[in-house]
Ligand binder design. Structure first.
Ligand code: C5P
Length: 224
């Protein structure tokens, strides 16, 4: 079916910015709005896929017709993703995952005391990298938000994390990155193909990515 290219396929999408607790009322997070990932989830459903959206906190309404799995931290997201990985055909990792989390979350509100205080952070697991290590048939798409050397950094991440496609965007450009309804992305793949897309709505970017993934799934028999 030309208009339902993902009929019978399962798509796992992550979205939003993870929240890393410091104490009951404070946390570390980032500016991710969730718009890119939610757009992917909605478009995938529209293209006939069975969709699971694993979402860190976002103020966006839950998309209808998708399995919605709310998570908070990077560690929560890791387990939610790994539980479901083997069942899916396409993974789109649009979430902004915190690289570090507080070494410990205080069970009670941290009190104001000295003039200076230090918070010790420890590294979070790289979820995308673990997907890259464990994937079998899955077509895996990662995102790279960059402020400089877009293509070189994107390509480096593609290789390091063993993705099939890396969506690189320069977050310093007007109309790209966090919070906007549009994005300006460059697609990099393992074969060295580089596709620079014009400014598009996040919905259009999502559609383009999903079409590419559909064409490249093992069952599609397309060139890989
Ligand atoms: O390394 P960087 O964070 O720039 O890579 C971005 C890509 O890696 C995104 O697809 C993001 O979801 C994923 N990522 C992840 N786990 C992390 C850090 C990033 O899955 N701890």
């Amino acid at each position: 079916q030309p208009d339902l290219p993902l009929q019978g396929k399962k798509v796992l999408v992550t979205a939003g910015g993870t929240v890393e607790r410091l104490d009951p009322v404070r946390y570390l997070s980032n500016d991710s709005s969730g718009k890119m990932g939610y757009a992917v989830a909605e478009e995938a459903r529209g293209m006939g896929a069975e969709v699971v959206l694993i979402s860190a906190p976002s103020s966006l309404p839950r998309p209808e017709g998708v399995e919605f799995v709310p998570v908070v931290s990077a560690l929560d997201m890791l387990s939610a993703v790994m539980e479901r990985l083997k069942d899916v055909d396409i993974v789109i990792k649009a979430a902004a995952v915190a690289d570090y989390r507080p070494a410990e979350a205080s069970p009670v509100k941290i009190k104001k005391k000295d003039e200076e205080m230090t918070i010790r952070l420890v590294k979070n697991p790289d979820i995308l990298q673990q997907i890259g290590e464990r994937k079998t048939k899955q077509y895996v798409i990662g995102f790279a938000a960059e402020t400089n050397d877009l293509e070189a950094n994107g390509l480096d991440k593609l290789r390091r994390k063993n993705c099939d496609l890396m969506v690189a965007n320069d977050v310093t450009l007007e109309g790209a990155g966090f919070g906007t309804d549009t994005n300006i992305v460059t697609l990099l793949d393992k074969d060295g193909n580089v596709e620079r897309l014009p400014i598009l709505s996040k919905r259009e970017v999502a559609r383009h990515l999903l079409k590419l993934a559909a064409e490249r799934l093992p069952s599609a028999g397309g060139e890989r």
